[in-house]
Write a protein that binds this ligand. Sequence first.
Ligand code: AMP
Ligand code: MG
Length: 317
Amino acid sequence: MTILLDDPADAAALLRAGELVAFATETVYGLGADARNGRAVAGIFEAKGRPHFNPLICHFPDAEAAWAEVRPDERARKLAAAFWPGPLTLVLPRRADCRVDLLAGAGLDTLAVRVPGHPGALELLRLAGTPVAAPSANRSGRVSPTTTAHVLEELSGRIAAVLEGGDCEVGVESTVLDLAAGGAALLRPGGVPVEAIEAVIGPVGRALPISAAPEPTLRSPGLMLSHYAPSLPLRLDAVEVAPDEALLAFGSPLPGAAQVYQLSETRDLREAAARLFSGLRALDRPGLRGIAAMPIPGEGLGPAIRDRLDRAAAPRG
Ligand code: AMP
Ligand code: MG
């Protein structure tokens, strides 16, 4: 049962308890989860039926709260002063002590952050007291919802609650600007025109959308990586494991691996999704021949997990 809430305090309590809550922003309705909680974040992908893990935008009540998780440079501070609260998302390097779960950022060293310009959203974020990861509150492949009725059509029964917030004003998504790699690159056009951004920080490169960008050849962390991939070779659907391989286990581990990271002993796909990026990082150690991943079933979050493993396993040039 999905309940309709009027009081942001009730919605904040649900978020803190690891539940999914849709809320209005000035752009579209977002499907929010406590970004520190990997299981809650995995629930977003499950509820949307997304077949892959892409990095989500984290929402904050003010710039200071955002700067606690990412490192702003001078340009980020200027843009925040000019456009926040508002429809501008900044991609910045994660701080070493960033509390946002790796799944919310799809394993990347960067994080997309925003302070939304909607009083109800800001109140919710203040009361929640945690970064809130939120993509648009629609099923995968459908249009973004701008009314409570749209959200319920899409997600009723799949999320705990919707915080009533009226109709969204902007109706288009936030502009996404990547400041993490030194330059300034437009990753998605949106509510703040690029010319307005250029008036504050100078020229902005028009990058390819992240999904269309070619696989980078430079693999240093943070250098415009469109997906996280370990540096060790990854072998999928392993049914046995060598003594110089690390094992990404799902269920009873195959015997004999040099090192084992358990995604989920009980074969719970939500737990496995929440642990996937930490697992790949933990096993990605020099001195081993590679990582063997046990088979992941094809239902629920399984295809999204498999998709990410496939990409990590694909040969890179
Ligand atoms: P959504 O949350 O569905 O509105 O979409 C978020 C947008 O921000 C997508 O276009 C993502 O690819 C992009 N994005 C989020 N985080 C990052 C990141 N760390 N690096 C690059 N792009 C990002
Ligand atoms: Mg969307």
